[in-house]
Design a protein around this ligand. Sequence first.
Ligand code: SAM
Length: 241
Amino acid sequence: MGIGPGALEHLTPKARQAIETADVVIGYRTYIKLIQPIIASNAEVISGFMGQEVERARAAVAKALENKHVAVISSGDPGVYGMAGVVLEVAAHEKADVPIKIIPGVTAATAAAAALGAPLVGDFAVVSLSDLLTPWELIEKRLHAAAKADFVIVLYNPQSQGRKEPLARAHQILLQYRSCDTPVGIVKAVGRDGEKVIITTLRSMLDYEIDMSTTIVVGNSTTRVINERMVTSRGYNIRER
Ligand SMILES: C[S@@+](CC[C@H](N)C(=O)[O-])C[C@H]1O[C@@H](n2cnc3c(N)ncnc32)[C@H](O)[C@@H]1O
């Protein structure tokens, strides 16, 4: 299930109920900490590190086969770079006949968009800059295609302390198709302590602090800054009554 981008107020009632009533709660330890207050005191908690997704999915299937109600936690939405896919794959691989429900959540992309204004009101593409599971050549190909097609582009997993090159390369690709003045939103830790929202331009986007808890929204040719909010025009005629 998806717990939303951070604060418990972004958790849907359905996800909250599933966590509160779970016998076993499984998730990356940072996310477990965020929802700790609503985990039942007698529930078993299995937490782990980033990169141990397959192990967590296997643990979830094993517990479900013991007839336990298991809640597997993803930040945002579980079907958007989350645990939903790997749990379904592992259950099928292990021929485990267990009921699996996917409970959606508020994504970092939509929460970041709300904090910025309304940049995603038209077609947009989400690209993760992590090459852990996707070859970098394919990521570049997708960036070229999305930029060329004038999609608003949401960048996930933009950069970490030791991994700055992918964002620099993505920036160079975007500049091939978009004006330097294109509005860019940088949203760090949306819905969490330390939330930071910045609206800048494609020219200056690399001048800001960007880490793995940051979502970047790159506007398209119709995105403007209106009253300090980032807004993409959908094409409505607002002049005539
Ligand atoms: C593996 S993806 C998970 C996406 C998540 N399942 C979703 O639906 O939004 C992780 C990336 O999401 C973005 N992200 C997750 N939580 C965020 C938050 N609270 N604020 C800003 N970006 C966030 C960051 O770009 C981070 O590197």
